[in-house]
Write a protein that binds this ligand. Structure first.
Ligand code: GLC
Length: 668
């Protein structure tokens, strides 16, 4: 076989004997090339039977399978040497991403640093944040004003002009790798933009391209789908189909009308999207976030979510990446209830995603903030802790999306909390209308029919930093940057509002401390490390005004970031508070994902206790979700313990946890 990747034999022949010509060519090629081909064949051989079987089961199309195999080999041949050696190293250390040194941060390139080159020039800051994994929010070509924050891709091989070029991307991933920073990007595979070439050709009536989407010339079938398919954006984009007057057809649009659902029944769609996936992986991407993956297979009379074919596709993706680029991880975006999320890990023998978002834990965390009652969270953590340690969750407090209140309502009902009224309470609470709330934020996609609504806001605003800042007479949200700078409790001299700011900061740091204590990979939402508050300016932009998620997608405030070492500022307090925890997490192996993790009953509703154990080291974390000091007596009090932050020894019977405070305790 040729080593240059352009003169390829069909992949299905990889298992067969080499031809005489190929053998001579191989002998001529350097040793690395020969080893590489051998390695490729080994990898392919490991998966060949299952891969072919699954593909044929789904598509029953041998020539398309052969084409896919051919292209895979070409992408392997084209993969750069440094990426291939990273693949090898990661294959040899399969648990490389399960260690306690991992800390992620996600950001929009333009908000964070203008463009790709700007991000490169900010890598020092990223390192200062103790971050070694960056998630670059969607950066592929899209149409301004019809982009859903970049989640409507019009070209999978082109970077948005304002952000840079593919060369800039490779330059950035290269620079990151030199600093041992991993790079994550979104692979938006459920749909394309209506401006994607396929969509444009489909709109013009080219049958080949229409068959890559779901086109209907009457409302009969769309109407049948609507009976069983729920709505993702009931207010901002009602319905699951869009009528195209120029084409005289309906097209399926689960998300926005300009995001056309791809038809994965068509093997051409699957193959081409896999080529896009491998093309992007070869640009130096380490983690591929498979966007909206539960939606990718559609079937009449179903909810069109989590169908079994979705799992076949994800399993094939996993095999494709293990064959071509085994250093690349798949991160599934499955924003669903726990029993729907976990199957996306596959099984230990037949894995699908490497990592998944810990979405229910995230939503339950904010429920706990609003109720000061840790019982549901404890139960949720017990579920997660009981899963195999191979399953890696991505833990987070906030991300670019809204918070959908996906809680365990069965359990809450037993406590007298009914779903609809509880969601209403949470939304009221976080808007600052109900309970002892200092939060600020806005609703998202409030559905007048179901009464359902989701919530938007930054961590800092939800913790009370925005409100405390505005109460100090600094002019509210628009000028809260000033408020934040003057918001240090000491400076304000013990008055009530300074107390409010102090409390808000404590809550914010406590929530991060609790998040860092969980197994998995913690991911910060950019700006949270300096306490950035909601940005209301999106309302002035007609392209954004209808989508309140832009409330928490503000521009990085670099003047605030200059204050990170000034501990009299809010930004400084937060940054340093988090930094101490992040460094501790990186130092102590007990935070690795293979540690035992459990929760402990504290007898106090507002206090959560989490335990971790690895190789003779035991730690307990105590987290007070209330604004009052709380005393607890732990039944597991096998002290003495040492406070991991202050180094002081602490007896556990009893122990007082200050309002919104926490302890990390290590058994002596
Ligand atoms: C994912 C993204 C979200 C986007 C949607 C449609 O859920 O996180 O921001 O709107 O996919 O692509």
């Amino acid at each position: 076989m040729s080593g240059n990747g352009h003169n390829l034999t069909p992949g299905v022949r990889m298992m067969e004997e080499e031809t005489e010509l190929e053998r001579v060519e191989n002998m001529k090629s350097d040793k690395q090339g020969t080893d590489g081909q051998k390695r490729y064949r080994e990898r392919f051989g490991r998966h060949a039977d299952e891969f072919r079987w699954l593909y044929m089961e789904l598509y029953d199309n041998g020539s398309m399978f052969a084409e896919l195999c051919d292209h895979m080999e070409r992408f392997y041949a084209e993969r750069k040497a440094d990426l291939k050696s990273a693949d090898l190293e990661r294959e040899a250390h399969k648990d490389w991403y399960k260690q306690n040194h991992m800390l992620g941060m996600m950001f929009y390139i333009d908000n964070f640093a203008g463009n790709m080159q700007g991000v490169k020039s900010r890598l020092d800051y990223i390192e200062k944040c103790n971050v070694n994994y960056i998630h670059l929010m969607p950066f592929l070509d899209t149409t301004e004003g019809r982009s859903d924050g970049g989640y409507a891709v019009s070209d999978f091989r082109k970077v948005q002009e304002k952000l840079g070029t593919m060369e800039d991307l490779e330059d950035l991933t290269d620079a990151c790798h030199k600093r041992e920073i991993y790079v994550c990007m979104d692979f938006v595979m459920n749909h394309t933009s209506e401006d994607h070439e396929w969509a444009r050709r489909a709109r013009r009536g080219e049958g080949e391209y229409m068959s890559r989407y779901f086109f209907y010339d009457s409302d009969e079938i769309p109407g049948q789908y609507e009976k069983t398919v729920p709505q993702v954006f009931p207010t901002t984009a009602p319905g699951n189909f869009t009528w195209l007057p120029d084409a005289g057809h309906y097209v399926m649009t689960t998300f926005y009308p300009y995001q056309w659902d791809l038809n994965y029944r068509n093997p051409r769609v699957f193959n081409e999207m896999m080529y896009n996936f491998l093309y992007l992986a070869n640009r130096g991407i380490d983690i591929i976030r498979i966007d909206a993956v539960p939606y990718i297979w559609k079937e009449l009379h179903t909810s069109c979510r989590n169908l079994k074919q979705v799992h076949t596709i994800v399993r094939m993706m996993r095999m494709i990446s293990e064959i071509v680029c085994p250093g690349v991880l798949l991160l599934g975006e499955v924003v669903m209830e726990p029993e729907k999320v976990v199957p996306y890990f596959g099984t230990v023998e037949k894995p699908e995603c490497h990592m998944l978002y810990n979405v229910t834990t995230m939503a339950t965390t904010w429920h706990t903030v609003a109720t000061r009652d840790v019982r549901l969270l404890k139960k949720q953590l017990d579920i997660v802790n009981s899963l195999p340690k191979e399953y890696i969750f991505l833990n987070y407090l906030r991300c670019h999306d809204d918070i959908g209140w996906g809680l365990d309502y069965g359990t809450l009902l037993a406590e007298g909390m009914e779903e609809r009224s509880h969601k209403q309470y949470l939304n009221d609470y976080f808007q600052g209308y109900a309970g002892a709330s200092n939060s600020r934020g806005e609703l998202y996609n409030a559905d007048p029919v179901t009464g359902d609504a989701r919530f938007c806001g930054t961590t800092a605003s939800m913790c009370g930093i925005e409100k405390a800042g505005s109460e100090q007479g600094t002019g509210g949200a628009e000028r809260a940057g000033d408020g934040q700078e003057t918001g240090g409790a000491e400076r304000a001299g013990g008055n009530q509002t300074a107390g409010a700011m102090e409390k808000a900061i404590r809550l914010d740091i406590m929530l991060h401390a609790y998040m860092f204590m969980q197994s998995g990979i913690p991911v910060l939402y950019s700006g949270d490390e300096i306490g950035q508050i909601n940005d209301y300016t999106y309302k002035e932009d007609p392209g954004k005004a209808a989508d309140s998620r832009y409330l928490h997608r503000g521009r990085m405030d670099w003047t605030l970031a200059e204050k990170i070492w000034d501990s009299s500022t809010v930004a400084g307090k937060l940054f340093q508070g988090l930094s101490q925890l992040e460094q501790l997490r990186k130092r102590e192996k007990v935070f690795a994902s293979n540690a035992d993790a459990w929760t402990v009953e504290t007898g106090e509703r507002a206090v959560l206790c989490m335990g971790r154990y690895l190789e003779g080291v035991k730690v307990l974390g105590l987290f007070n979700f209330s604004e009052y000091d709380k005393e607890v007596v732990l039944s597991q009090a096998d002290g003495p313990y040492v406070d991991m932050l202050s180094g002081e020894e602490r007896e556990l019977i009893p122990i007082v946890i200050p309002a919104y405070g926490f302890y990390y305790l290590k058994k002596k």
